[in-house]
Design a protein around this ligand. Structure first.
Ligand code: NAD
Length: 492
């Protein structure tokens, strides 16, 4: 079994207590790597390193253009190592190499884009209303950013934080998920190679309560950038609030993929399948509710089931595999529990509904692609995030009812619309409570376009120009130009 070290102040180290935990390969169900189990003492060291690096002229004193150049160099190194990093992700989290490899190959674009933005975040001169005063603004970094990430798209979701945080001149302590540390540690080797000074990026491996909690509580952490489940996000938000820290939260979803009778049904079937089965449902943007207009409901379900039935399951490292295992054993149990809940609630199982015992699934934690019909929008299976290959199909009549059902959850991450009526598509894009709306497509994301949630799906935006603002603070600077300080007892 490989034994790993974590990154503090440019050094590869064990945890202070010398403890390790096992990381499992979800396809074999076997442990394959030993990861340092960090704790509060390691948090102290990593935050001190990040704090010192933030003040160090080697980082603070270089120009924004030089920071941009470092980010672009990092992008080139990620491009060079994309295949290796993708394979490590798949070993660790069991998601398909076709998906993880596509993500690691696309990741350099974030470093190029935010590297380009680094020297373009200009302040403003305000045409101030006070005579004898000149007023301008500065865009300044926040300080030490705590980045806490989940296991489902480990390096991509870290990149969404690291690229703008570093472009803005912050330093970072990153805690990857305990289920996907290996790719994070391999990726961590690239910072020194790209030329980042020691301590600018630190990586602490371990568990949420042992690393995440002291990290968020630390006085020298200025901002928490978190992606994960909404309950964890709530705890992170509450704790960050005690220190009045800035936060961005990217949380879960129960996104609706809405199919109208006038849609190109072949495309809509592909879109619904891509939304729920392509990533084994283990994506925050899973289109886990298919809302289907009653006039085409039966025909659509028939085509959907026929298509989903052909999905090839098996080794996620095989590029031909379409549905992989569930990443962790507890999550596997949770998905099966939700399937039982749906059955108990009276939903009708049109496909799957069991653990997968196909020979090609080996000893991995696989669940059959599952489709429930006859789902009432109030059922738990239609309201709660399952994070597995389980789709709820809900019929509707007309646009108004589609919007009402789509918006009737506590989440608001994304929505898909399948219709040839562009007037309706644009109307609905304005009424759907979701941070992203896809029309006749699904699961498209880009470094250029803001991503984030409405309602319980999160706070703040990642990617695009908006993301830079999440890592900067604006300072207002006043200068007297009159040479004559007026009456000190009257506010100017
Ligand atoms: P999780 O919430 O269990 O864990 C996320 C991270 O938080 C991990 O690194 C974990 O160790 C850490 N953590 C756990 N408890 C903590 C605490 N008390 N304080 C600080 N950190 C703590 O999520 P997960 O199971 O790894 O990921 C799946 C969830 O992430 C799903 O709900 C999914 O929807 C969500 N997600 C959201 C997005 C998005 O961008 N909106 C993207 C991917 C995943």
């Amino acid at each position: 079994m490989q034994k790993h070290q974590m990154l503090i102040d440019g050094e590869w180290v064990a945890a202070q207590k010398g403890e390790y935990f096992e990381s499992f390969n979800p396809f074999t169900g076997e442990p394959w790597a030993l990861i340092p189990r960090a704790g509060a003492a390691d948090v102290e060291l990593a935050v001190a390193a990040a704090r010192n690096a933030f003040k160090n002229p080697a980082w603070r004193g270089i120009s924004a253009s030089a920071r941009g150049a470092l980010l672009r160099r990092l992008g080139d190194l990620v491009a060079r190592d994309a295949e290796k990093l993708g394979i490590l992700e798949t070993r660790d989290n069991g998601k398909l190499i076709s998906e993880m490899g596509a993500q690691t190959r696309y990741m350099p674009q974030w470093y190029y884009y935010f590297g380009g933005l680094a020297d373009k975040m200009e302040g403003r001169v305000i045409p101030i209303d006070k005579a004898g005063c000149f007023n301008f603004t500065l865009e300044e970094p926040l300080g030490v950013v705590a980045a806490i990430t989940p296991w489902n798209s480990p390096l991509m979701l870290a990149t969404w934080k690291l690229a703008p945080a570093l472009a803005a001149g912050n330093t970072v302590v990153w805690k990857p998920s305990e289920h996907s540390s290996v790719s994070a540690l391999e990726f961590g080797k690239l910072f020194a190679e790209a030329g980042f000074p020691p301590g600018v990026v630190n990586i602490l491996t371990g568990f949420g309560n042992e690393v995440g909690t002291p990290l968020i509580a630390h006085n020298d952490v200025a901002k928490v950038a978190f992606t994960g489940g909404d309950r964890t996000g709530q705890a992170v938000y509450e704790q960050a609030a005690r220190g009045i820290k800035k936060v961005t939260l990217e949380l879960g979803g129960k996104s609706a993929n809405i199919v109208f009778g006038d849609a190109n049904l072949d495309n809509a079937v592909k879109g619904v399948v891509s939304g729920i089965f392509a990533a084994t449902g283990q994506t925050c943007i899973a289109g886990s509710r298919a809302l289907v207009e009653r006039s085409v409901h039966d025909e659509f379900v028939r085509r959907l089931v026929d298509f989903a039935r052909t999905a090839k399951m098996g080794d996620p490292l095989d590029p031909g595999t379409q549905v992989g295992p569930i990443t962790t054993k507890p999550q596997y149990a949770k998905v099966l529990e939700y399937i039982q809940i749906a059955k108990d609630e009276g939903a009708k199982c049109a496909l799957g509904g069991t653990a997968a015992s196909r020979p090609e699934c080996g000893s991995g934690w696989f669940v059959e692609p599952t489709i429930f019909t006859g789902v009432d929008p109030k059922m738990r299976i239609a309201q709660e995030e399952v994070f597995g290959p389980v789709l709820s199909v809900i019929p509707f009549d007309g646009e108004e009812q589609a919007v009402a059902i789509a918006n009737d959850t506590q989440y608001g991450l994304a929505a898909g619309l399948w219709t040839e009526n562009m007037g309706r598509a644009i109307r609905m894009s304005q009424t759907l409570e979701a941070g992203t709306v896809w029309i006749n497509t699904y699961r498209a994301t880009s470094y250029m376009s803001p991503f984030g949630g409405y309602k319980r799906s999160g706070i703040g935006r990642e990617s695009g120009l908006s993301a830079m603002r999440e890592y900067l603070q604006e300072k207002s600077v006043w200068i007297d130009t009159s040479g004559n300080v007026p009456n000190p007892f009257v506010m100017r």
